[in-house]
Design a protein. Structure first.
Length: 260
């Protein structure tokens, strides 16, 4: 008899029927369902708060973008007005040296305004097709030289096409402007902007034109000119190397920046 009871017990347990300690009451299921519904409500509320925060963030970003555009517009208008006033003052100035300095200041302000406007085309860009960008920038500079009745100094862009990070392209464009300004002032003939790949890696960007070479032993670090100080600061910003020598193509002075 005991053997039969043991056998029946084993058959009962192997049939998949839950044991007594595995049985759950209806109340426990209702309690669990209520807790899950409560958690679901809390998650929905948290999601709604996050969506509201994101909406407000988008509004702030849009407002800041509009304010930035307005500030840039006002800045460009102000710079154009300053350049015009300096130019008018240089024309009215009787002292030749003072007139020359005023004219140079007017050109520099106009150049900065032009570069500032062009750089806005790089907003939100990760990389830049730099040779194409240089061609557009130099085309504007050529127009400025022509308006100053310096038609003999055209600008050409040569070399390879390369996509550069925007963080590198922006300082390089400012450096090129300083180099071109210097070439237009001291040299003559065609100004050549050249972007080349280096055998050891990286690139070298140079500006040269026909004209007098630099004095032997010229040290850019000892230069007191504002332009050269700006160039050296920008070269340091991109971790580059400033090189000044004679151009192998035209024989004139060459200003170059080697960078990775």
């Amino acid at each position: 008899m005991a053997f039969q009871q043991s056998l029946l017990s084993k058959i009962f347990m192997s049939s998949g029927t839950p044991r007594k300690d595995e049985l759950r009451s209806v109340a426990s299921y209702e309690r669990e369902l209520s807790e899950n519904r409560c958690r679901e409500g809390q998650l929905r509320e948290a999601l709604a708060r996050e969506e509201e925060l994101l909406r407000r963030k988008d509004e702030v970003i849009h407002t800041n973008k509009v304010l930035s555009m307005e500030a840039d517009h006002r800045l460009l208008n102000g710079m154009q007005m300053i350049a015009s006033l300096l130019s008018l003052q240089s024309q009215a100035e009787c002292n030749a040296d003072a007139a020359e300095h005023l004219s140079a200041a007017a050109n520099r302000v106009a150049t900065i305004a032009r570069v500032h406007r062009r750089l806005h085309t790089l907003d939100d860009s990760v990389s830049v097709a730099f040779k194409q960008f240089l061609e557009e920038l130099c085309r504007e500079y050529s127009s400025m030289l022509a308006s100053e009745d310096r038609r003999k100094q055209s600008i050409v862009v040569e070399g390879c096409e390369s996509n550069l990070p925007a963080a590198t392209a922006i300082p390089l464009s400012l450096i090129v402007n300083e180099f071109i300004t210097n070439a237009a002032k001291h040299g003559h003939g065609v100004i050549t902007v050249r972007l080349e790949e280096r055998a050891e890696g990286g690139h070298i960007l140079s500006v040269c034109n026909e004209g007098p070479t630099l004095p032997e032993g010229f040290d850019p670090a000892a230069s007191q000119g504002l332009g050269m100080q700006i160039v050296q600061a920008l070269v340091g910003q991109i971790g580059g190397e400033l090189r000044i020598d004679s151009c192998a193509h035209c024989g004139g002075a060459r200003f170059a920046v080697a960078f990775a």
